[in-house]
Structure formats: structure tokens, C-alpha cells
Design a protein around this ligand. Sequence first.
Ligand code: NAD
Length: 351
Amino acid sequence: MTNTVNKDLNLVPFVSVDDMMKIILELGVEEMMLGICEYLEDDFKRWELFDKTPRVASHSQEGVIELMPTSDGEVYGFKYVNGHPKNTQDGLQTVTAFGVLSDVNTGYPVLFTEMTILTALRTAATSAMAAKYLMPKGSKTMAMIGNGAQSEFQALAFKAICGIENVRLYDIDASASDRCMANLEGRGLNAIKCNSEQMAVEGAEIITTVTADKQYATILTDNMVGSGVHINAIGGDCPGKTELHKDILLRSEIFVEYPPQTRIEGEIQQLDEDYPVKELWQVMTGEIEGRTDEKQITLFDSVGFAIEDFSALRYIRDKLEETGHYQNLDMLADPDDPRDLFGMVLRAAKN
Ligand code: NAD
């Protein structure tokens, strides 16, 4: 892989938050969801050739900071991401991120980008991609419990990728649902604000849980989940941080991204470590079946895996030339003689 944007390999294209917003406004949110979904499908279908490792997590009382690396042998990527549920009380984001893609042959970075917004896009595209394979046929209504930063992205991905028409919103903070409703206005979705989890799940074929709380929470209890529903559980993504009552897991067919990471971080941390789960990529390649009957409860126990970030990074890199929204960063030292790094520093004093 080469640096497609710069001839000068020492200049690394950098996509700032401002650039990312311009890219989204230019390409359109739903168009980007569909585009990222294509890249995700490509990468999930070649899952086996990737380097894979559970993310490297540094936990503290209030949150977690994580590094998420992977490589397909030609391109290497990683994301830095945090998760701090209490941040919003201080006006800060729960999740912020940035990421890098590099050329495996030279080790030189070819993209450096903000990934707070890109993570919301890739998480939503991944959720909707999984639902496309697992939800009941013809699903039109999704309940969404937790209406924070990820929520509008989730709703729009399910509209674009799965054909969802109605979203039933519930949040313990009613103002979060109000904001979500207002942001979704005029986007072709029928958004309904609900007073309780029970009200939100009424008539929904898909239930998305996307709350943030660093504890074993019970956002959904067993009696709220009827047969045939698809659950897209996103918020339980850390040791000690889950959203679903264990009984729901025992009634569901469970699909995960990368089992060694999900067993540490996902809803299934509540189950025995050898409890059988299925890998989403195998459903996508046709090696195993997804939903097998209308009454089955399917659960996508999402924690977010490095390959999803890799796909999103590849997508953004491929859009740089078309959109032109990036700046070149002088990130790599470039002495005339590669071994004369010290001399380069000395010569800078003369300039
Ligand atoms: P956020 O803090 O912006 O929003 C979370 C919302 O959940 C808030 O509006 C809060 O009021 C609400 N909430 C908390 N407890 C609730 C409860 N018991 N019932 C109903 N609502 C409740 O966070 P965010 O950026 O939207 O992220 C949401 C979650 O998704 C986080 O836990 C985050 O770690 C996780 N996440 C997962 C992935 C993934 O790939 N699986 C990616 C990104 C974020």
C-alpha cells in the first residue's frame, strides 16, 4: 500500500474533527453508513487473515483507555479510545478516539484521523450490518434504550442499512430523548419518545441498548424480551459493565465479534467461559447460519473490535482525494541521510 494522497511520504494526511464533519456533510450520513458497511463486509469476509488480539485496556475507577490494533498484512491500523461514563456530567464525551493507518512494508503512517465521530459511524454501521443478517425479515421498528452520543447514528444506520422506519426512544434522562428526536427530525424516521423501557420495546422487532454506566446494569429484564426479537446490545463493553439480565442471554442465540475479547468485555462475561457463542463473520461468509427461525431471539453482543475501526479507517483514507478535507502533518523526520538524524537537528539551528 502506498500513500495515495501525498507523494512526500513524510507528510501524513490528518483528518481533524472539523474535516470529519465536512466529509459527513458532503457525503451524507446515510451514504457514509452504507459505504462503511461495504468496507466492513469486505473485511469480515476475510476475517481469518487479520492479526487479532483483544484490545489492550487500561482500567481506572472512572473508565478505561484502550488501544485497538490489527493488520491484514498490507495495512496496519490502530485506534486509541476511552470510555468514561461519568464524563458527560462535566460536559465531556463518554467516548473519544483517534486512529492511524500505516503501510506494513515501510511502517510509515498514511492516515491520522479523529475517530470520535468515526467510531459512532462505524459502531452504527456494524450494528446495522449484524442486524441485516440476524433480525426478523421485514423489521420496521426499533426500540432504542439510551439516547446519548451514539443514538442518532444508530437510528440512521438502521434506516439506511436495514430499512427501519420507526424508532422508539427511551432514556432515564428525558432531555436526551428530546435531543435525539430533534436531531432526527426531517430524516425520514418516525421517532417516538417513550416513558419507560417497557413502553419502548412494545411492538419493536429490534431492541438496541446503548446506555453508559460502569456497572452490571439491568437495562432489559427477561419479561421485556418477546420471542423473535433481535437485540443489538452495544453499551456493555467493559469488564463489570453490562446491560442485559443473564436470563435473556440464556434464551438467546448469541453472536459476537471476536470471542476472546467479548468474553472479557461483553454481556457474556456473565456466562461460563465456554458457553457457546457464534462468530458474526462466519454468518457473513455463510459458514454458519444466523437466525434459524422466527421465534428465535438473536443477540448481537457488541463490544467493538479493531477490524471495524480498520474498515472505517480504510473508508476514510479512500475518500480523502474525493473530498479534499484533510491537512498534511509534518509527522515524520526526514534527514537527507537517513542515519544522520542528529545532523538534521543541528542543521535546523542554521535555518
Ligand atoms: P452517552 O453517555 O453519550 O449516552 C448514554 C445514554 O445512556 C445517556 O443519555 C444516559 O442518560 C443513558 N442511560 C444511562 N443509564 C440508563 C438506563 N438505565 N436506562 C436508560 N438510559 C440510560 O454514551 P454513548 O457515547 O452514546 O455510548 C453509549 C454506550 O455505548 C457506552 O457504554 C459506550 O461505551 C458504548 N459504546 C459501544 C461501542 C461498541 O462498539 N460496542 C462503541 C461506542 C460506544
